[in-house]
Design a protein around this ligand. Structure first.
Ligand SMILES: [Zn+2]
Length: 283
């Protein structure tokens, strides 16, 4: 799946898709609460009101850069809180290569934040050591984000994530820490969308009068477009996350900006429009 924004193309590479089992993330999204939101079907929910979600990467190609946005779960990782995220043996790297993006061809990696499902393929296991999966890339990570998690004890699992997926990148000299509003290329800049994590960013692409926004996790599922007040259990500051969603939806509604959801399955992208006293995604 591919989108074109002026001179920029954005390609989706899926690591994992799942339907149901999302209550650990969005406790308010019971089947009874989801079913009345008809526009979620068929891409984002099934007839039973169970949510579909994806873990995926976007490869953003500008005239002079090839950027991987978020690196999913990775293979061989241990000590993950969610059982089937442990010791994965998935074909993601082969899928990425088959789509025309061999790891050696990537010059930039951007992590919207440092959660487990956004940094996994930063590294791969070779001879018992974690080495950069994209050896020719500059890895961009948020300075605020890194400083927060490096000093935090609130999520013991994050220590493992940093140790196998972030620290090896720093030790290889490939990490660059950036501000939440950094300009990456003439076409791409970061937009601070805080709340899910303290340094969380979205990625804005503007070229030849067209605009797209890769969300990261300021929302995890399109159901939050209809229900901005539904927070995920993974949000460090749920109130700030709600304020961010309300602000972003108000800014985006009715504009031609293509909203590309980092965890949105199926069509993955659409435009936000007003829907009664809330919003929906037009795919
Ligand atoms: Zn996250």
């Amino acid at each position: 799946m591919k989108w074109t924004i002026g001179d920029v193309t954005i390609s989706k590479i899926v690591e994992l898709e799942m339907t149901g089992g999302t209550r650990f993330l969005l406790p308010d999204a019971t089947p009874e609460a989801v079913q009345p939101i008809a526009w979620l079907r068929p891409h984002f929910a099934n007839d039973d009101g169970k949510l579909t979600m994806a873990i995926q990467t976007f490869v953003v190609e500008t005239p002079d850069r090839r950027i991987v946005v978020d690196t999913c779960l990775g293979n061989d990782k241990q000590h993950r809180r969610i059982p089937h995220w442990n010791d994965r043996q998935g074909p993601f790297l082969q899928d990425l290569t088959d789509a025309g993006f061999p790891p050696d061809s990537i010059d930039t990696v951007l992590c919207t934040h440092l959660h487990v499902d956004h940094v996994g393929w930063n590294t791969k296991l070779v001879d018992g050591k974690w080495v950069p999966t994209f050896p020719r890339a500059q890895y961009l990570m948020g300075q605020i984000e890194y400083d927060h998690w490096r000093n935090s004890t609130e999520r013991p699992d994050m220590a493992h994530v940093l140790a196998d997926s972030v620290t090896p990148i720093i030790e290889a000299g490939l990490a660059t820490f950036v501000a939440t509003d950094a300009q990456l290329t003439p076409e791409i800049d970061l937009v601070p969308t805080l709340g899910h994590t303290p340094g969380h960013v979205s990625v804005r692409i503007r070229s030849r009068g067209e605009t797209a926004l890769i969300t990261g996790d300021f929302m995890h599922h399109p159901v939050q477009i209809a229900r901005p007040e539904w927070s995920t259990l993974a949000d460090t500051d749920p109130e700030q996350g709600i304020a961010t969603r309300r602000r972003m939806f108000a800014e985006l509604a009715g504009t031609p900006t293509l909203v590309i959801g980092t965890h949105f399955a199926g069509a993955t992208a659409g435009r936000i429009v007003r829907d009664g006293d809330s919003y929906r995604l037009d795919v």
